[in-house]
Design a protein around this ligand. Structure first.
Ligand code: ATP
Length: 298
């Protein structure tokens, strides 16, 4: 008996010449929220699709809730809640009817159906919109309903694929509150995202993926401390000035990264006099991400 909700070892998935996932190891302990962070094309969605057996791995071992995939995917799916990246709600039905369809699909007994739906509505704060047709809901409400629908059968594990993609920042915050509530309740969550702040706020541990592989894994604060240090200095200026700051800092042994109009010089704590003048700030997960993947993201 394993204490892991998800256990992947050496998982490979190829599409013709493209290796979408390249030797992935992933552990998701029960009761934790794990974030898969990576730029577009890193292999996050492919990983999610393998966990639901919508895609079948070419190599490796996959275990979800103690069931081996793909052989036992039906048993795993019964205890799994999934929110896809693309909204596939039935827009001709009401909020409540959408939940009812899923209550049937997941074979929730007649006696328990009402309570299950009420609980999901409450969780997603959609009680007062229960009779609204889905095409009358805002984007944020639809996304909350997608999550509510994934919760109706009280899954032990929830897979959230880019849960806040395309939402404006205020609505994103509402979704974060919902995901955080799920976490607090003890639901195990695997979430893919390309929003660094989302991973930093919600995930107990993060895997940074690039080109199908994991380039770093750990608690956000540990990853920051390990790769980017404690403090950074942000230097603004003209492109030639930035290039000069960059090369001087690198020659002095600092790690640097570009952020649009500035250069961040990392790990400047305790480096009095050697670090350039600039705005001091705490190092963050975005610094780690850019250092390790070489990519700027939204
Ligand atoms: P995004 O955030 O854009 O969804 P991602 O990290 O989820 O990115 P994937 O969608 O898993 O990345 O894609 C990984 C790679 O595999 C990409 O190069 C993609 O083009 C390729 N890929 C994914 N699905 C297929 C498919 N069905 N057929 C062919 N190539 C695919």
């Amino acid at each position: 008996m394993t204490d892991l909700a998800i256990r992947l070892r050496g998982v490979v998935k190829r599409y013709g010449a493209i290796t979408a996932v390249d030797g992935l190891d992933l552990d998701v302990p029960y009761g934790t929220c794990v974030g898969l962070l990576g730029p577009n094309g890193a292999g996050k969605t492919t990983t999610m699709r393998m966990l639901t057996a919508q895609a079948i791995a070419d190599e490796g071992e996959l275990e979800v809730l103690g069931f081996r995939l793909p052989e036992e995917s039906k048993q795993a799916r019964a205890q799994l809640g999934v929110t896809p990246q693309l909204d596939n709600l039935d827009v001709t039905l009401t909020v409540e009817q959408n939940l009812l369809v899923f209550a049937h699909l997941y074979r929730i007994g007649r006696a328990d159906r009402r309570a299950a739906i009420e609980r999901a509505l409450e969780m997603a704060n959609l009680g007062d919109r229960r009779d609204s047709r889905v095409d009358k809901l805002s984007g944020g409400m639809r996304r909350r309903l997608l999550i509510a629908r994934a919760l109706v059968h009280r899954p032990r594990l929830v897979l959230l694929d880019e849960p806040t993609v395309g939402l404006d920042p205020q609505v994103r915050q509402e979704l974060w509150a919902l995901i955080d509530a799920l976490r607090t309740e003890g639901t195990t969550i695997l979430m893919s995202t390309h929003y660094i702040e989302e991973a930093q706020r919600l995930a107990d541990s993060v895997l940074i993926m690039s080109h199908g592989s994991v380039v770093a894994a750990g608690a956000p604060a540990d990853l920051v401390a390990q790769h980017a240090g404690k403090d950074a200095v942000e230097v603004y200026g003209s492109p030639p000035r930035l290039a000069e700051v960059e090369s001087t800092a690198r020659a002095a042994g600092f790690r640097t990264r570009r952020t649009g109009t500035s250069v961040s010089v990392l790990g400047v704590e305790g480096a009095d006099g050697r670090a350039p003048e600039g705005e001091r700030r705490p190092a963050n997960l975005e610094d780690v991400f850019v250092l390790l993947t070489g990519e700027e993201i939204a």
